[in-house]
Ligand binder design. Structure first.
Ligand SMILES: Nc1ncnc2c1ncn2[C@@H]1O[C@H](COP(=O)(O)OP(=O)(O)OP(=O)(O)O)[C@@H](O)[C@H]1O
Ligand SMILES: [Mg+2]
Length: 258
């Protein structure tokens, strides 16, 4: 496939891919989910990745977030080629520089809200006192201070999503990756969650990479890239409402396992 350059790479890019490909399965069941994607994400921007169900959005985000590796092509994190990083370096990047707001990244049900939120700090070896301080600060930002001691299961859907955001930002990440962050929420709660993400982007300069079917959410981002059958469409591609969402494919985030 031809390579599409969405915009020229710039010095302040936090993530860059060149012609990355990813296939799942083998033999007859082999499926090419990404067919050569070149994309640059600038520091401090909010980027929406949009496209129909099955087009490769989550696959692309997993590669960008170093949760999976491409079969071929280049992925740069800052100036480092991701394929040259050690397991330890990748873990550190994921834990300290990235925050995740994925529906399938479940909370630990029987742990408290505070324990869930401070998990990345625990992994990073931060002592208990500082963990509690920073965890409570994150919960305060999300107006969940009073739920700190609750079990994570005993929360509403919107509250759970806010706990996931609190956990994503507890380490002061440079980039937050969000996969259908509002997919399972009612309109009012969804827009609250959106407001929080965009406040973090504006006030703290956290880069946002958001996968969404939601036209309005995509419109709020600085930039949108559209993916179709594993290929990115060039900048300036006019995205129709039908291209955002295909109701026949079920609701956004419908792949969520329980
Ligand atoms: N682990 C896997 N094994 C085999 N095929 C997979 C796997 N993960 C994804 N795929 C396939 O790769 C394609 C892209 O999947 P992906 O999850 O990236 O789509 P998506 O754009 O995020 O869709 P949705 O909007 O439904 O979440 C799909 O056709 C999917 O069936
Ligand atoms: Mg997906």
């Amino acid at each position: 496939m031809h390579e599409v350059t969405l915009r020229p790479p710039a010095p302040n890019d936090v993530l860059k891919t060149r012609d990355i490909r990813k296939a799942y399965g083998k033999g007859q069941s082999r499926f090419e989910a990404l067919k050569g994607v070149s994309l640059a994400v600038a520091q401090g921007e909010s980027l929406a990745i949009v496209g129909k169900s099955g087009s490769g959005k989550s696959t692309l985000m997993h590669l960008l977030a170093l949760l999976d590796s491409p079969d071929s092509g280049e992925l740069l994190v800052g100036d480092s080629d991701a394929s040259t990083l050690s397991v330890h370096q990748v873990n550190r990047l994921r834990n300290e520089d990235f925050g995740f707001v994925f529906q399938q990244f479940f909370l630990i049900p029987n742990a408290s809200v505070l324990e869930n939120v401070t998990l990345p700090l625990k992994i990073a070896g931060v002592d208990r006192r500082e963990r509690t301080e920073r965890g409570m600060a994150a919960l305060r930002q999300l107006e969940l201070e009073d739920k700190a001691k609750n079990k994570a299961t005993n929360l509403s859907g919107g509250q759970k999503q806010r706990v996931v955001i609190a956990r994503a930002l507890v380490n002061n990440p440079k980039v937050i990756f969000a996969d259908e962050p509002t997919g399972n929420l009612d309109t009012a709660t969804g827009s609250l969650v959106e407001d929080i993400l965009f406040d973090l982007n504006r006030e703290l300069g956290i880069t946002l990479v958001i996968v969404t079917h939601d036209v309005e959410l995509a419109e709020r981002c600085d930039r949108r890239v559209f993916i179709r059958d594993g290929n990115l469409q060039p900048d300036g591609h006019h995205v129709t409402e039908e291209e955002f969402a295909d109701p026949a494919n079920g609701p956004a985030g419908s792949e969520v396992q329980s």
